[in-house]
Ligand binder design. Structure first.
Ligand code: BES
Ligand code: MN
Ligand code: ZN
Length: 506
């Protein structure tokens, strides 16, 4: 938990253990009021900064211990990088700088911090947005998954206090930013937590129970289909994937409804494989443990709903999460099996490891059949192909609806959950045709582009609803070099979806 305070006092009058001081590259210390006033406590400040080579360059950190009223305090300088970068790059560099400051505090073993808020004009954003981004990022940076570590000396602190220092005039705006940022940061970390839980704990029923708890706490309507109900309704995709596992499958549907008249309705569908062994088309042993994160899409949509219940957008949202394990037993689906989905279409299961598209097919069909949707977006750790093509920093966006793709790209630039559009041209469509069924769950080798052909498989289940597919296989866990992440889950999609929904009518 981070307790946020706000103050208009001079930074060094705040009673705290560490002062976070972000500065742009090549800042002018002689005209920097804060630097000049800090020199009354620590006269050689400018010399020390220059001797340590701190210029405010992107990625730079410099923590100095000084004496403040006979107490040791730390000045934690972090670099914001060049002012010539794009606004979105500058905000991202600010996020990284905050992450570095948080890591520095961790190393110094201090938990009380004051932040000299930078000028929002430098980023071309409002003070509301700057405060919101600040809190989201500090919350993300402080997340750690150590509940199964018993050695107390390896555990990190749970609670931080951060005082934002900004002129009184801005406090009202900043307070709303703090409130929203707290909700969004919590939702991101909750999605990360569900991903990081081992698959023996986060079973399909456990994830569905988390969804039920979230919905109940916030008066959201929820429907949870049991495996029997899934099978009875003809959801042959979820059934086929769940068959090899002793754990029961679930499908979760959560609804947020605004009382605003004529509000649009958006569907969010997330892949919820709580462990993906590949099934009979078994995965290699190396790295298989990361497949506990194969429910990152479902976690993102469920956790997004919790934040939205607080933020109350003037948009209706339907979140759908098909949840199951992909395991092996004498009952498991076999390569060569043919299955029938909720919308009546059939597919040959050539590779049981291409299971995400099978469960999403039913979930998408269900969403477009039962709701009048203005748009539907699915999020899935769907293909290794996408992870290889784009790496860990951008998720794949596939859509044939330019307005929706545009909205998503705008949200991606604002939120920090970055997307890159892949060519989603009809030429690839034929790659998922089967000789013996309507579709084949593995794209033909001839067409190679595995991320795109997976997208075209899903296209068969969305009817005429404007649709976008997000492949987050590369961005959902183990993202390197980001100070506000660690090894483990990232919560990718939560910030993106919240931004999308909050700005939908703009
Ligand atoms: N969950 C995996 C995709 C994945 C790979 C996610 C790496 C995160 C990191 C998915 O179910 C899968 O196994 N996809 C196959 C599809 C193929 C068999 C057509 C893949 O990408 O190899
Ligand atoms: Mn798989
Ligand atoms: Zn999978």
């Amino acid at each position: 938990m981070i307790t946020i305070k706000i103050s208009a006092k001079p930074l060094y009058d705040i009673d705290t253990q560490g002062y976070i001081i972000p500065r742009e590259h090549n800042f002018d210390s002689t005209h920097d009021k804060l630097i000049q006033s800090l020199k009354t406590f620590f006269p050689p400040l400018e010399e020390v900064l220059s001797q340590r080579g701190f210029t405010g360059a992107a990625g730079a950190t410099c923590a100095l211990a000084i004496n403040h009223n006979n107490r040791p305090v730390y000045l934690i300088f972090v670099g914001l990088g060049s002012s010539k970068k794009s606004h979105e790059d500058k905000i991202e560099q600010y996020r990284r700088a905050l992450g570095q400051a948080q890591r520095a505090a961790e190393g110094l073993k201090i938990t009380e911090l004051a932040l000299d808020m930078p000028d929002s004009h430098w980023f071309n954003i409002t003070n509301y947005t700057l405060a919101k981004e600040t809190i989201i990022t500090l919350t993300m940076a402080s997340y750690h998954f150590d509940e199964f570590i018993t050695d107390e000396s390896r555990k990190l602190p749970e609670n931080y206090t951060v005082t934002l220092v900004a002129p009184e005039l801005l406090h009202d705006e900043i307070k709303i930013g703090i409130e929203h940022g707290t909700r969004i940061g919590f939702a991101v970390n909750q999605a990360r937590y569900w991903c990081d839980l081992p698959p023996v704990v986060l079973t399909p029923t456990a994830l569905a129970n988390h969804a039920a708890r979230v919905a109940k706490a916030h008066n959201l309507k929820i429907t949870i289909f049991t495996e029997d109900e899934i099978i009875k309704q003809g959801m042959g995709g979820i059934e086929a994937v769940a068959k090899g596992s002793d754990q029961e499958a679930r499908m979760v549907v959560i609804e947020y409804t605004t009382d605003h008249p004529n509000a649009p309705t958006i569907g969010l569908v997330g892949k919820g494989i709580t462990f993906d062994s590949g099934g009979l088309s078994i995965k290699p042993a190396a790295g298989m443990e990361t497949m506990k994160d194969d429910m990152a899409g479902a976690a993102a949509v469920i956790s997004t709903m919790e934040a939205l219940a607080h933020l109350k957008p003037q948009v209706n949202i339907i979140a759908v999460a098909p949840i199951t394990e992909n395991l092996i037993s004498g009952h498991a689906t076999k390569p060569g099996d043919i299955i029938r989905f909720y919308n009546g279409k059939t597919a040959e299961v050539k590779n049981t490891d291409a299971e995400g598209r099978l469960i999403l097919a039913d979930a998408l069909s269900y969403a477009v059949k039962h709701y009048k949707l203005d748009a539907i977006i699915n999020i899935a750790t769907l293909t290794g192909s996408c992870a290889y093509a784009l790496g860990p920093f951008f998720a794949g966006l596939m859509s044939q609806h330019p307005d929706l793709a545009h909205k998503l790209l705008e949200s991606s630039r604002r939120s920090g959950d970055r997307l890159w559009e892949l060519p989603f041209h009809d030429d690839y469509k034929i790659a998922v045709r089967s000789d013996v069924a309507d579709l084949c769950n593995q794209g033909s080798n001839k067409y190679r582009a595995g991320a795109i052909t997976a997208g075209f498989f899903l296209q068969n289940f969305v009817g005429d609803v404007p649709w976008a597919h997000l492949d987050v296989a590369g961005t959902s866990f183990d993202v390197p070099d980001r100070s506000y992440f660690r090894h483990g889950a990232t919560g990718f999609g939560v910030r993106l979806f919240i931004d999308l929904v909050m700005n939908w009518n703009a």
